[in-house]
Design a protein around this ligand. Structure first.
Ligand code: AMP
Length: 295
């Protein structure tokens, strides 16, 4: 496995792989890797000739500076895990390798910088106005900014994303379509702890007791999935809220059932159409998200 820090070095390797017509699979991450990330690497390994993973804690997708500072950084352990998973290349750029000072200044001033769209009028429409988009100002612009940069550098045929970030997946698919990028976006199932808690780098910041408490998030989602077809919508939502709020140390940010395509809220039982139940909640200072697809 090769660890590369510079775009220039990465491009040297990429050119020879492209010359050999290798299928390149790409897994972008922010590090602090766990079995969820490794499942994406495994999916990519099974379908591609070369697998490239990036580790970059992207400053432009954070609106809370202390959240950015506290984001776990464990590059050495990450590299050992990636090596074991037979990843071929790990790209670990510094912030100044990915961004110009001007781009960072715009972020500091909270100005939405759309230069990543290279003059195209990209509009995520209602997709970015709900849930994470509504609660984290500028988050998806930052995600699109870094992922479009990474896609232009790596030029993969396939890129792998987890359903754990359901809305992010929808945004990336929309971005690739609007930018006409010839990249297949592969969506991968959520990997969970034995108690149901969705694996997340942020779980590292929870104590063992808090991890147990946090499992109420997935338990609530599983309850919704179990009763989605049989219970009245209002009753189901009330039961779900009551269940999660039984844990007094959990602060619920949102609990929503949305159309799985448009992500717009579903207000009544929407049988026959796929929906997704989504939760964002905080335990102390740690913000967690999770979802389940409903049929
Ligand atoms: P992150 O490092 O949190 O930005 O995540 C990198 C990629 O891993 C994203 O596509 C996530 O959706 C995916 N991912 C994170 N946690 C999980 C999980 N528990 N199961 C599956 N994929 C995940």
């Amino acid at each position: 496995m090769i660890v590369i820090n510079s775009i220039e070095q990465l491009k040297i390797h990429l050119i020879s792989m492209q010359d050999q017509k290798k299928i390149i699979g790409f897994v972008p991450t922010m590090g602090a890797l766990h079995a969820g990330h490794i499942s994406l690497i495994n999916r990519a390994k099974a379908a591609c000739d070369v697998v490239i993973c990036s580790i970059f804690v992207n400053p432009t997708q954070f609106n809370d500076l202390s959240d950015l500072d506290k984001y776990p950084r464990t590059v050495e352990t990450d590299c050992r895990m990636l090596e074991k998973a037979n990843c071929d290349i790990v790209f670990v750029p510094e912030v100044m390798e990915m961004y110009t000072e001007k781009e960072l200044e715009l972020k500091r001033q909270k100005v939405e910088d759309k230069s990543w769209a290279e003059g195209k009028r990209i509009d995520f429409g209602p997709l970015e106005k709900v849930m994470e988009g509504a609660h984290r100002q500028g988050h998806f612009n930052g995600v699109a900014q870094v992922v479009s940069k990474l896609f232009r550098i790596v030029q993969p045929q396939k890129a792998y994303f987890g359903q754990k970030d359901f809305q992010q997946l929808a945004i990336i698919k929309s971005m690739v379509k609007q930018l006409d990028m010839p990249i297949e976006i592969v969506s991968c199932a959520i990997i969970r702890e034995p108690n149901g808690l969705a694996m997340s780098s942020r779980n590292e910041r929870l104590t063992a007791k808090e991890r147990e408490i946090a499992s109420i998030i997935s338990k609530t989602l599983f309850m919704i999935r179990e009763h989605y077809q049989s219970k009245q919508f209002k009753e189901l939502m009330a039961d779900a809220e009551a269940l999660i709020l039984k844990e007094s140390s959990i602060k619920l940010e949102y609990l929503e059932i949305a159309d799985a395509e448009t992500l717009q809220p579903v207000n009544d039982l929407n049988k026959g159409k796929n929906a997704v139940a989504c939760i964002a909640a905080k335990i102390g200072e740690v913000r967690l998200i999770d979802n389940v697809v409903l049929y």
